[in-house]
Design a protein around this ligand. Structure first.
Ligand code: HC0
Ligand code: SF4
Length: 577
């Protein structure tokens, strides 16, 4: 441990702790625009300078480890003036377009400019003319709003291992751009939105489609329905002042009805449906030797895109089961439309997702039109839903609690935990166990703790009546390669494969940490949102997908059985090799 003083207050922290972190632990907030707790310090912005007694230099607190006996001053009049000047210099290259910016009201630069009483453009403004890149439909980059903090670049390179973004040129000419200075659409971007989630300003935001949804809702010839993803329910509240993890499912249903949707469905229902198909696929491969192992989950569209770009030798290992978003869409326009007498041509299906890549999944392959129409018409992120609710004048706190619409609304604990890393695996194992043994796991054994939590790669071995199922769960794209490398090595050497089943989610934490979730992501927030989902799984009476009464009904009334011809046609897809 190291002992030092910050603003005269004694502190004791582990060796190597930065001054910035030590100060935070002491209740002192040193401002920064480039440091994010998920990322290593880049010391790019200069906001976090501090004074150290006896030294003429002013080091950057994010990159300077605290040392024994240091006496640090983090705030005084001079430091305030320096920080204000740093902000004024940044603003000399930043447009004053807060009113029309996607981050209006929650931009870190705007907040600091307010806190530091920046009231005028002190330096001459120079804003280079660079066109906005909205070429990929999921995220939009306005380079003129970039402050070169490097967060997006580091998250894209180090955490996601995609390397779509880079810092080009040097010195004052440094700028962020897709590597090779190409368009985002031509880049290897997998649309995960982690760059947007980590950007401090409005330089990278989701492609806003709220107006498209309003247009559909206004159209008397359209029958608009909606679905909400597992992790939206435990994060949306943050936009309305609730703590992360607060489960607001029933109030979200009420809000969506008041916004104008004719029926409100739950993606948790179709998560149960995905499990029926995917667990059946697993049992076919594991117990009956039909198809390649390991089976790899495919419901995360950023991961699917990544696999097709970087790991296509695993294409045969991919579960062909569509994601819950897509299954819900196709069931809405076939089964629900049929039962309720709705013309599928007029049926307009909106999905609310924590994810920017879901916007891309809608049109991924021809199979996403299995109902004869585009199965899901448009995706809004959790953040866009918050805007839609605010635009509707609804006082969220005062909404009643309502239920989802039947046929596609009932769900189990297995469906809800999809939103957390490890959740799809846990849900699939519950049903896989049942399919093999004809019995349910005991309530205790049903909570498969080794696959829960924020560890980048999690491994477990599950005993299904003597047969050992080895599983791995990876989240954050950079962790995936480690797992796949192990499989490749075993294959090359002709050894037994290390895993039978692998779950992959592109975003750290899984969908709870998705690129379309309310801003302010950190491990503490991911943890709280995950706890919200696991709590629901504990509280709910039915915890296995195969026990969902509406799932049983959809198979008896419509699909026949998992992997039946009809199920294959409507609920399964293909990948590019
Ligand atoms: Fe997810 Fe999903 S769990 S990808 O992580 O499978 O986006 O929340 O909706 O589709 O269900 C996201 C979240 C979903 C899908 C589900 C899966
Ligand atoms: Fe990189 Fe993901 Fe952003 Fe694309 S969306 S640029 S892959 S971080």
């Amino acid at each position: 441990l190291v002992q030092a003083k910050i603003n005269g207050i004694p502190v004791e922290v582990p060796e190597g702790t930065s001054i910035l972190d030590a100060a935070r632990q002491t209740g002192i907030k040193i401002p920064s625009l480039c440091k994010h707790e998920d990322l290593l310090p880049s010391a790019a912005c200069g906001m976090c300078v501090v004074k150290i007694a006896g030294s003429p230099k002013m080091p950057r607190a994010c990159a300077m480890p605290i040392q024994e006996g240091m006496e640090i001053t983090t705030h005084d009049g001079e430091l305030t003036e320096i920080r204000r000047t740093v902000l004024e210099l940044i603003l000399s290259n930043h447009p004053n377009s807060c009113l029309t910016c996607g981050r209006n009201g929650n931009c870190e630069l705007q907040t600091l400019a307010g806190e530091f009483s920046v009231r005028r453009d002190r330096f001459e403004k120079y804003i280079p003319e660079i066109p906005i890149d909205n070429s990929n439909g999921s995220i939009t980059i306005d380079f003129t709003k970039c402050i070169k903090c490097g967060r997006c670049v580091y998250v894209c390179q180090e955490i996601q291992d995609v390397w779509a973004l880079s810092l080009l040129e040097r010195g004052i000419s440094t700028r962020m751009a897709p590597a090779g200075d190409i368009s985002l659409a031509d880049s290897p971007c997998i649309k995960c939105g982690q760059c947007a989630a980590h950007c401090p300003t409005g330089a990278i935001v989701e492609n806003d489609e709220t107006a498209t949804v309003w247009e559909a809702l206004q159209n008397p010839d359209k029958y608009c329905t909606v679905q909400i993803a597992p992790s939206v329910r435990v994060a949306l509240g943050e936009e309305f002042g609730y703590p992360p993890g607060t489960n607001l499912t029933k109030r979200i249903y009420a809000a969506l009805r008041r916004v104008g949707f004719k029926a409100v469905f739950d993606t948790n229902f179709s998560a149960d449906l995905t499990i029926m198909e995917e667990a059946s696929e697993f049992v076919e491969r594991f117990a009956h030797g039909k198809g390649s192992l390991p089976l790899i989950t495919s419901c995360c569209p950023a991961w699917t895109d990544y696999m097709e770009k970087y790991h296509h030798d695993f294409v045969d290992n991919f579960s062909t089961a569509k994601s819950p978003q897509q299954m819900l869409g196709v069931m809405a326009k076939t089964y629900f439309s049929e039962k309720m007498g709705v013309d599928p041509a007029t049926h307009y299906q909106v999905s609310i997702m924590p994810c920017t890549a879901k916007k891309y999944e809608l049109e991924r392959t021809g199979e996403m039109f299995a109902s004869g129409y585009q199965d899901v018409d448009v995706t809004l992120t959790t953040r866009e839903l918050a805007c839609l609710i605010k635009q509707s004048g609804l006082v969220f706190d005062e909404l009643p609690e309502e239920e989802a619409d039947s046929l596609l609304g009932e769900y189990t604990g297995a469906g809800t935990i999809f939103g957390a890393t490890g959740g799809v695996m846990e849900a699939a194992l519950r049903t896989g166990y049942f399919l093999v043994t004809g019995e349910n796991l005991s309530p205790d054994a049903m909570s498969i703790h080794p696959v829960r939590g924020l560890e980048g790669v999690k491994e477990a071995e599950i005993d299904i009546k003597g047969a050992k199922v080895r599983v791995a769960v990876a989240h954050g794209m950079a962790n995936v390669s480690k797992v796949l490398e192990r499989v490749r090595r075993a294959r090359e050497r002709g050894e037994e494969i290390p895993y039978h089943f692998i779950e992959v989610m592109a975003c750290p934490g899984g969908c709870v940490g998705g690129g379309g979730q309310p801003y302010g992501i950190s491990d503490a927030v991911r943890q709280k949102r995950m706890e919200g989902l696991y709590q629901e799984d504990q509280d709910i009476s039915i915890r296995c997908s195969h026990d969902n009464p509406e799932i049983k009904r959809i198979y008896t009334d419509f699909l026949g059985a998992p992997l039946s011809e009809k199920s294959e046609k409507l609920l399964h897809t293909k990948y590019k090799a």
